[in-house]
Design a protein around this ligand. Structure first.
Ligand code: SF4
Ligand code: SF4
Length: 500
């Protein structure tokens, strides 16, 4: 059954093609035909019912007031950002080098294979930071340095300082952790410079996934890197690249590991592997893990404690930020997570020892809060606040105070968690510190399924919230950068390798 028409890419030549998304045998597929390279049919979401459930949470649309490109062609042929883009930049990315101290077969940037060095100067990086901060109406607040391996740059600490100088409130570094493992002082220096999070590639809790994904056993380095972050008080998010048959059976163990280290690890962001156009189509289908496969794996791996319906697309939480901002005197939220409903999925999970056998029990937030009722109420309150009638502020606060307790189930709430009090503090005072009590025990479990030319859908990139800044002044959505633009951008600024 046809679901929608969209546009996609030819995995062989990269040409933009008309495409159709449709359901068949309980799955969602995407098909397109290239005049030169024939028909491609690929899995888009592994489960039609879960696809439909996510479809209900269509995000808001925010337009960029100062696009660099007045769109004259069709998406994604003129990124920049263009005037057709439908979201602000929630996370800015800058590749600070394509050099790396590893040679991973699954790497996006594939640094060593490129045959050239791509490494923007400090001046170029400062300009890219400024370009992200100049976006209107929502200047970008969060930046991630990526690569290659960002920590091979000797000036990485200065680059963190530079991001803070330019006004970024959140700075994170995507890393394989090797240098952090070897140099205890690096974690301390990064922390002192203002780095908020280490976004650590972490494929599993045994040597095998590393040997398969990265070519060697890196587990000891990961453990040392986490230890050095702990000593520095530098927060860590674990980032497993999921590949079917390689580490999908370790999802439960990875979550357990995260909880065992929750003094310093506050989230796990699973990323199903995406494929370069040159991968044979049948191999892509064999190894593909979609978001619906991921939530089914989690349900299975946690013996049903974290079921598929405890997960929601990130856009689901949009009303929270809106209500907090309006109650605290702003017209709208500074950041809104309005990425496409089929790009990602997330939930908060708590862990508690059970009485009796003393075993660990995982409790997703949806077990003890009626989240859909809460968000319906918040949407209603937002409308009231937006209309701004006399007394609406007071009435909304009174409504929250009266209604929140009705949506919480105390008998199912983790011990010592006064969730009603925490939420009221956050809403009424904009007191994000109040969330500390919540995040101390909660683990954010999320999954973003980056696209590749096989499953590329322009509807999703138009609503992409993760954007690369490039040295030519453009700002390019992540999945278009990796499926279409990366080589061109890097080659334009490439230096011969011998200049290393
Ligand atoms: S992805 Fe966004 S910026 Fe790029 S062409 Fe499409 S709408 Fe424009
Ligand atoms: S990076 Fe890709 S998967 Fe993530 S929001 Fe952007 S388009 Fe969607």
């Amino acid at each position: 059954m046809k679901i929608k028409n969209t546009k996609s890419l030819c995995p062989e030549c990269g040409k933009t093609l008309d495409a159709e998304v449709f359901s068949e045998d309980g799955k969602v597929l995407i098909k397109k035909t290239c005049d030169e390279h024939g028909e491609f049919v690929n899995t888009y979401w592994g489960d039609y019912e879960l696809y439909k459930r996510a479809e209900k949470f269509t995000p808001s649309i925010t337009s960029v007031e100062n696009p660099s490109v007045e769109d004259m062609t069709s998406c994604p042929d003129n990124c920049g950002l263009c005037s057709k883009h439908e979201t602000s930049t929630v996370l800015g990315l800058i590749d600070v080098t394509n050099r790396c101290n590893l040679r991973c077969p699954v790497c996006f940037a594939n640094a060593a294979a490129a045959g050239y060095k791509y490494e923007p100067s400090q001046d170029e990086i400062r300009q890219m930071l400024k370009n992200l901060r100049n976006l209107k109406p929502h200047p970008c607040l969060a930046i991630q340095y990526a690569g290659g391996e960002p920590t091979v740059r000797k000036d990485i600490v200065e680059l963190v300082e530079m991001a803070k100088e330019e006004g970024f409130t959140h700075v994170q570094i995507a890393t394989n952790g090797l240098r952090l493992a070897r140099k205890e002082q690096l974690a301390k220096d990064l922390k002192a410079a203002g780095c908020n999070t280490i976004y650590l590639a972490f494929d599993g809790v045994t040597p095998e996934p590393y040997i398969n994904n990265r070519g060697k056993d890196l587990l000891p380095y990961k453990l040392d890197a986490i230890e050095n972050c702990r000593k520095a008080g530098l927060g860590v998010v674990l980032v497993p690249t999921l590949i079917k048959g390689i580490n999908d059976h370790q999802v439960g163990e990875i979550i357990k590991f995260a909880f065992d280290n929750n003094d310093i690890v506050y989230g796990v962001n699973f990323q199903p592997v995406s494929f370069a156009g040159r991968t044979p189509a049948d191999e892509v289908e064999e190894q593909r893990i979609t978001i619906s496969d991921f939530v089914e794996i989690i349900e299975d791996e946690t013996d049903g404690q974290v079921p598929t319906d405890s997960f929601y697309p990130p856009s689901f939480v949009e009303p929270i930020a809106e209500v907090i901002s309006r109650l605290n005197g702003e017209d709208s939220a500074k950041v809104t997570l309005n990425c496409h409903q089929h790009c990602g999925i997330a939930t908060y999970v708590f862990r508690q020892k059970t009485e009796g056998d003393g075993k660990d029990k995982l409790i997703p937030i949806t077990d003890f809060i009626d989240v859909e009722d809460l968000f319906d109420k918040l949407t209603e309150y937002n409308e009231k606040l937006e209309r701004g009638k006399f007394g609406s502020h007071k009435r909304v606060l009174a409504g929250l105070t009266g209604n929140l307790p009705k949506m919480v189930h105390p008998s199912r709430t983790p011990e010592d968690l006064d969730i009603v009090k925490i939420l009221l503090n956050v809403f009424a005072k904009g007191d994000y510190d109040a969330l500390g009590a919540f995040s101390k025990d909660a683990m954010l479990i999320s999954c973003m399924h980056f696209m590749d030319p096989f499953n590329f859908d322009v509807d999703r990139v138009k609503k992409c919230v993760i954007h690369y800044a490039t040295p030519d002044g453009r700002i390019i959505p992540f999945c278009t950068m990796n499926s279409k633009y990366r080589q061109g951008v890097e080659q334009k600024f490439a230096q011969p390798l011998r200049q290393k």
